[in-house]
Write a protein that binds this ligand. Structure first.
Ligand code: HEM
Ligand SMILES: [Cu+2]
Length: 601
C-alpha cells in the first residue's frame, strides 16, 4: 500500500493497452463479466470441508500447517528456556527428550514438508500452468484429510506423554528401550506419509497432463519445475520411510527381529533405511523454497531468470543426486571406510546444482530494477542463510571434519540454517508475495519489511552461536551442559525470543489486511506468469477460457522498454537493456509474440 506500489500499478495501467505482461492471452469470454471468486463460492463450513477446489484446499493447508508451526514452536520455546541454565532447571531429563522429539517430528513432517508444496504448490501450480485444477481434485482433498488424521495422532501422542527417541527414531532405542509412545508416533508419521505421496502424484500428473496450449516444458515457471522435482522425491522416497517405521512398530509389538541384534537384526540397517528417505527429504523441504525464491528474484529484478534451463535442470539434478548421499549421516556409525569416502565425495557433488541456483539468482539481480519490497527482503534473507547452511553442509560432508563435529550443535546449526533460515524464510516470502493473489487485498509494506529484517536478525542470533557451541564440543540433545557454554546458550535463547516475535508479527498484519487492506487488483506486483492474469482472488475455475501461452517465461524486457518510454519505472530510473535497444532497431521482439487483449492485467 505504499506510494511506490501505486506508481508501479499506474505505470502498468498506462502500458496495458499495448503490452500486458507478455505471457498469454485469456479468452474474451470473461471480459466485463464479474466472476465469483473462489473465496465467495459458498460460505458454509461444508463448502470448505468438502471442497475440491485446489485453492480452497491450499487455504485449509495454510491454516493447518500454521497451527502445527505454533505447536512445534511452543516445544522449541520450552527447549530454549530450559537451556538458559547449565543445570537445565525447567524440564526433567525425560521431559527434555520428549520436547525435542515432538519439536522435530512436528516441524519436519507437519510443517516443513507440507508447508510450501501443499499451500503454495496447491494454490499456484494449476494457475501457473493454465489449468482449472489439479489432475485429481478429490485425491487432493483426501490428502488433506490424511494429513489431519496424522496430525490428530500426533496430538494424541503429545497428550499421552510423548516420545523420547528424537525425530530420527534410531534403533535400538526406539525398537527396544524407549518407554515413550513410539508406535503411535510412528503411526502418525506413517499416515502423514500417504498425504505426501498422494500430493506428489497429483503434482506429477498435473504437470504432465494439464499444461495449457503453448505451456511447453521450457516455459514452465521455475516454481513449477522445483515442485515437479519435489514431487518425484515425495513419490519415490516416502514409501521407504513408511515401511521402515512400520518395521519399527512390528519389532516393538511383535518382537520381529529386523533391527535388534539379539533377534538377528541389524541396527545399522535402520539408519540406512531412515537416511535413504531422510536425506532426499531434506530436499523435499528445500526444493520448493528454491522455486519460490526464483520467482521472487525475477519479480524483484524485473528480469528473466539468468540461465533458466540450468536453474530448472538443477532442481532435477538435486532430486536425483540427493538419493545417492545418505551415507554422510553415518560416517561414525560403523559404516565401511570405503563407503564413507564415496558418500563424502558424492555429497560434495550434490552441492553443485545448489550452487548453480545461487549464482544464477545473483546474475539475475545484476543490473536489475530491484525493489526492496518484503518478498525481496525475504528472498535475500533466504539466499544468505541458505548459503551458510549449504557451505557448512560441505564442511560436514568432509569425512575427517565430520568425525570431529558429528552429533554436536554444529550439525544443529547447519540444518536450521537451511530448514528454518532457508525454507521458513521462503515460506514467509511466498506468503507476502502471493497473499494479494490469494486474498485479493494488499498488505502493509512497512510491516512486511520490518518482519523480514527481524526474522533475519533473530534467526542469526539464535543459530550462529550454535556453530561455535558445536565446534567447541557442546553435544546435541543434551540439556545439562558445562557452565562455559552458558553465554552462547543465553545468546541463542535471546535470539529465539526475537524470532518468536518476528514470526508472530506477519500473522497480525496479514490478518488485518484481510479486512482493511486495499483491493489488490489482478497484478499488484507487476509480475509475469499466468497466475497474475486472473483476478485476485481468482474465480472458482481459474480461467473462463483456457489461456494460450505465446512467449517465454519471465518476459520482463517489455516492462523495461515500456517503462523507458513512459519515462518512469521503479524509482524513476528505468534502464534500457541491450535487447531493448535491439528492439528499437526494428528486430522482432518478444513482445511481438504476445497476443493482444489481456484484459485481466
Ligand atoms: C539443502 C538442504 C539441506 C537440508 C534441509 C539439510 C538438513 C540436514 C539435517 C536435518 C541434518 C541433521 C539430521 C539429524 O541428524 O537429525 C543434516 C545433517 C547433515 N547434512 Fe545437511 N542439509 C542440507 C544440505 C546439505 C548439503 C548440501 C550437505 C553437503 C553437501 C549436507 C551435509 C550434511 C551432513 C554431512 C550431515 C550430517 C552431519 C552429522 O550428523 O555429523 N547437508 N542436514
Ligand atoms: Cu543428508
Amino acid at each position: 500500500m505504499t506510494d511506490r506500489t501505486t506508481t508501479i500499478d499506474d505505470r502498468r495501467a498506462r502500458s496495458r493497452p499495448e503490452t500486458g505482461t507478455g505471457d498469454a492471452k485469456t479468452g474474451d469470454a470473461e471480459i466485463g463479466t464479474e466472476q465469483v471468486s473462489y473465496l465467495r463460492a459458498g460460505h458454509t463450513l461444508r463448502s470448505w470441508l468438502l471442497t475440491t477446489d485446489h485453492k480452497r484446499i491450499a487455504i485449509l493447508y495454510l491454516i493447518s500447517v500454521t497451527i502445527f508451526f505454533f505447536i512445534g514452536g511452543a516445544a522449541a520455546a520450552l527447549l530454549r528456556v530450559d537451556l538458559l541454565t547449565p543445570e537445565g532447571d525447567l524440564l526433567t531429563n525425560e521431559g527434555y527428550n520428549r520436547a525435542f522429539t515432538l519439536h522435530g517430528v512436528i516441524m519436519v513432517w507437519f510443517f516443513l514438508i507440507p508447508s510450501i508444496p501443499n499451500t503454495f504448490g496447491n494454490f499456484l501450480i494449476p494457475l501457473m500452468i493454465g489449468a482449472r485444477d489439479l489432475a485429481f481434485p478429490r485425491l487432493n482433498l483426501i490428502s488433506w484429510y490424511i494429513y489431519i488424521l496424522g496430525g490428530l495422532f500426533t496430538v494424541v501422542v503429545l497428550i499421552t506423554g510423548g516420545v523420547d527417541t528424537g525425530w530420527t527414531f534410531y534403533t535400538p532405542l526406539s525398537s527396544m528401550f524407549s518407554n515413550g509412545n513410539v508406535v503411535l508416533a510412528a503411526t502418525a508419521v506413517f499416515i502423514v506419509g500417504f498425504s505426501s505421496i498422494l500430493t506428489g502424484l497429483n503434482f506429477i500428473v498435473t504437470v504432465h497432463k494439464l499444461r495449457c496450449p503453448g505451456m511447453t516444458w521450457g516455459r514452465l515457471p521455475l516454481f513449477v519445475w522445483s515442485h515437479y522435482a519435489t514431487a518425484l522425491i515425495l513419490v519415490l522416497a516416502t514409501p521407504v520411510l513408511s515401511i521402515t517405521l512400520a518395521l519399527i512398530a512390528a519389532e516393538r509389538v511383535f518382537g520381529l527381529g529386523v533391527f535388534d541384534p539379539a533377534l538377528g537384526g541389524d541396527p545399522l540397517l535402520y539408519q540406512h533405511l531412515f537416511w535413504f528417505y531422510s536425506h532426499p527429504a531434506v530436499y523435499i523441504m528445500v526444493l520448493p523454497a528454491l522455486g519460490v525464491v526464483s520467482e521472487l528474484i525475477a519479480a524483484a529484478a524485473r528480469k528473466p531468470v539468468f540461465g533458466y534451463r540450468f536453474v530448472a535442470g538443477s532442481s532435477i539434478a538435486i532430486a536425483i543426486i540427493g538419493f545417492l548421499v545418505w551415507g554422510h549421516h553415518m560416517f561414525v556409525a560403523g559404516q565401511s571406510m570405503y563407503a564413507s569416502a564415496v558418500f563424502s565425495f558424492l555429497s560434495l557433488v550434490v552441492a553443485v546444482p545448489s550452487g548453480i541456483k545461487v549464482y544464477n539468482w545473483t546474475a539475475t539481480l545484476y543490473k536489475g530494477h530491484i525493489s526492496l519490497d518484503p518478498p525481496f527482503l525475504f528472498a535475500m534473507g533466504f539466499i544468505g542463510l541458505f548459503v551458510v547452511g549449504g557451505l557448512t553442509g560441505l564442511i560436514l560432508a568432509m569425512l575427517a571434519v565430520d568425525v570431529h563435529v558429528h552429533d554436536t550443535y554444529f550439525v544443529v546449526a547447519h540444518f536450521h540454517y537451511i530448514m528454518v533460515g532457508g525454507t521458513v524464510s521462503a515460506y514467509f516470502g511466498a506468503l507476502h508475495f502471493w497473499w494479494p493473489k490469494m486474498i485479493g487485498r494488499r498488505t502493509s509494506v512497512v510491516w512486511g519489511r520490518l518482519s523480514a529484517v527481524l526474522i533475519f536478525l533473530g534467526f542469526n542470533l539464535t543459530f550462529f552461536p550454535q556453530f561455535i557451541l558445536g565446534y567447541l564440543g557442546m553435544p546435541r540433545r543434551y540439556h545439562v551442559y558445562a557452565p562455559e557454554f552458558q553465554v552462547l546458550h543465553v545468546m541463542s535463547s535471546a535470539g529465539a525470543g526475537i524470532l518468536a516475535v518476528a514470526y508472530l508479527l506477519p500473522f497480525t498484519y496479514l490478518f488485518y489486511s484481510m479486512r482493511y487492506g486495499a483491493p489488490a487488483g489482478p497484478n499488484p506486483v507487476g509480475a509475469t506468469g499466468l497466475e497474475w492474469t486472473v483476478p485476485s482472488p481468482p474465480p472458482k475455475h481459474n480461467f473462463a477460457t483456457l489461456p494460450v501461452v505465446t512467449g517465454p517465461p519471465y518476459d520482463y524486457e517489455i516492462e523495461h522498454e515500456e517503462a523507458g518510454k513512459a519515462g518512469g519505472g521503479r524509482k524513476g530510473k528505468a534502464r534500457t537493456t541491450r535487447r531493448d535497444r535491439a528492439d528499437d532497431q526494428g528486430r522482432p521482439t518478444r513482445q511481438a509474440k504476445t497476443a493482444p487483449g489481456e484484459e485481466w492485467q
